[in-house]
Design a protein around this ligand. Structure first.
Ligand code: FAD
Ligand code: PHB
Length: 410
């Protein structure tokens, strides 16, 4: 059986695992990344689109920002639409120049896989029967089957970056984690369409028939979402029915509406808020969706994954370079503070913009009043803007050996 040793074994090659692997590499630390899907599957999976300023700055400072600076779409504002009218919120003006960047998670993951491949450090795709063991010892292991061989990786630490359905969180003994969870009575039907975006900025809509979101991936591709029941069978939606519903919900009184084009991808995602605490068990550290899920309305999931692993990289660097354990011990608390603020924001965006099957007339009028206040008060718009572009990071780039090179992506 091939046996390996490494400093940090990373389970999962999503944004969390790949960013962590690269941060460790930049600090001369060794890692092995083990992913159960194929390279193509991981890159083709259509998910997030909105990167906070801090995530863009991190990618740039890590030296993996070339794609972002060429193809990322910087958005200085967004629209909130209700009662047939769009209201613009100027994110940059309200936050002293911060913005968000629209750049598909596919591209983020592709750029990070390319960077990993360039380092020649191990990254196993299509690993079967991945498991973690020895969690009560000082040398936990990752076991998996790859090709015709069983592998065992002996690690100083394991980073569980294997998403919500991964194996790391369930490997923690019963009774250790406290789970906080909210499951929403709706999901999102999302499509990618070959249509030029009809707006330069995102449009979040509350319509009588439910939520809708206009987004994009490139100057030729529009990304749209519709609120639907959580278990909605996608096969029951013809392309014509999807366009009818999109246009009904999104068209505003001034005639703005998305452009129509060929639908090239469609799917339904259920929505949930979930936090497992603490995000650590001995030498196993959970990061990203493995530890917490937010509903996508606040566009926070990938960004939280990036901030978790920045905190983890700082702690591991300090451990190896100075023998310092305090930042490892503080990892969970430091991350959870940001996680809970993002949970609150995502819950608020979700509950303000979706129609709930059990809502009362009072609830709906309160939503309208909330949106009316939001779009007419500078204080309320500033509050949304500073959370949407991302609250200040918990740890400095310098603490992981990076320097800020923000100007490069402007
Ligand atoms: P993942 O991306 O889930 O990566 C985990 C990896 O682990 C995967 O590659 C998986 O294949 C692998 N894995 C799983 N099990 C195993 C195993 N047993 N062994 C080995 N590997 C395993 N976030 C934003 O910030 N902005 C947005 O605009 C946004 N929009 C979204 C829209 C939608 C429709 C959805 C569904 C999500 C959206 N998100 C958004 C959330 C974002 O996609 C996730 O939060 C992000 O992918 C989390 O990254 P991660 O690396 O923690 O987990
Ligand atoms: C996306 O473009 O996929 C997207 C945008 C904003 C969100 C969620 C997803 O809140």
């Amino acid at each position: 059986m091939p046996a390996h040793t490494t400093q940090v074994g990373i389970v999962g090659a999503g944004p969390a695992g790949l960013i962590l692997g690269h941060l460790l590499h930049l600090n001369g630390l060794d890692s092995v990344i083990v992913e159960n899907r194929s390279r193509e599957y991981v890159i083709d999976r259509v998910r997030a689109g909105v990167l906070e300023q801090g995530t863009v700055d991190l990618m740039t400072a890590m030296g993996v920002g070339q794609g972002l600076s060429q193809a990322g779409l910087r958005h200085d504002g967004l629209y909130i639409s209700f009662q047939g009218q769009r209201h613009r919120i100027d994110l940059a003006e309200l936050t002293g120049g911060k913005a968000i960047t629209v750049y598909g998670q596919n591209e983020v993951v592709r750029d990070l896989i390319d960077a990993r491949t360039g380092t020649k450090r191990p990254l196993y795709f299509e690993a079967d029967n991945v498991s973690v063991g020895g969690l009560d010892s000082d040398n936990p292991v990752i076991r998996f089957r790859h090709g015709d061989a069983d592998h065992e990786v002996r690690c100083d630490f394991i980073a569980g970056c294997d998403g919500f359905h991964g194996i790391c969180r369930p490997s923690i003994p019963d009774g250790v984690l406290t789970i906080s969870e909210r499951v929403y009575p709706f999901g999102w039907l999302g499509i990618l369409a070959e249509a030029a975006p009809s707006s330069d900025e995102l449009v979040y809509t509350l319509h009588e028939r439910g939520f809708a979101l206009f987004s994009m991936r490139s100057p030729k591709i529009t990304r749209l979402y519709l609120q639907v029941p959580p278990d909605e069978p996608i096969d029951e939606w013809s392309d014509d029915a999807i366009w009818d519903e999109m246009l009904t919900r999104m068209t505003t009184r001034d005639g703005w509406r998305p452009n129509i084009g060929r639908i090239v991808q469609k799917g339904v995602t259920p929505m949930r808020s979930f936090v497992a605490a603490p995000m650590r068990y001995n030498r196993l550290f959970l990061a990203g969706d493995a530890a917490h899920i937010v509903p996508p309305t606040g566009a926070k999931g990938l960004n939280l994954a990036a901030s978790d692993v920045l905190v983890l990289a700082r702690a591991l660097k300090a451990f190896y370079e100075q023998g310092r354990r305090t930042w490892l011990d503080e990892y969970s608390d430091v991350c959870l503070r940001r996680v809970w603020r993002a949970q609150r924001f995502s819950w608020w965006m979700t509950s303000t913009l979706h129609r709930s099957p059990d809502e009362t007339a009072f609830d709906h009028q309160r939503q309208i009043a909330d949106l009316d206040y939001l779009t007419s008060s500078i204080a309320a718009m500033t509050s949304l803007a500073e959370q949407y572009v991302g609250l200040p990071g918990e740890v400095s780039f310098e603490s992981v050996g990076l320097t800020r090179r923000q100007e490069e992506q402007r």
